[in-house]
Design a protein. Sequence first.
Length: 130
Amino acid sequence: MPTPGPIEYANASPQVKAVYDEIMTTRKVDWINNFWKMLANDPEALERTWRNTRDIMAPGTLDAVTKELIYLAVSATNGCEYCLASHTTSARKKGMTDGMHGELMAVIALANGNNALASGYRTVVDEAFK
C-alpha cells in the first residue's frame, strides 16, 4: 500500500486546519512544511506531535540554539535528511554559525565513533561514573 500524500491546507479538515493555523502563527510563517502535511493523514498524531514539538522546543532552561543543535545531532545520527534540512535552517535563523555547524558535525562524528568502540568492546562503566 503506498504512503498517503500530503494534506494541503485547502483540502484539510477543520481539525487539521486549526493545527496548521497554530503552526503558522507560532512559527511566524505563511506556509506548512511537508512534515506536517504528511502527519495530517492522522489528525490525532498531527495534534500530538505539534503539541510536543511546540512545548519542548519553546524557550526553557536550554536556549533555542542549543535545542536546535541537539535536534541536528540526533537527526544526523539517525540519518533523517528531512530533519537535517529543516533544523539546519531553523538553527541558522536562531544564531548557529558555519563554525558552530562544523564543530557540531565533528562532535557528532566523534561521539558516534567512540560509542561504537565502547559498545563493540563491551566496555564496563567505571565505578566513578556511577
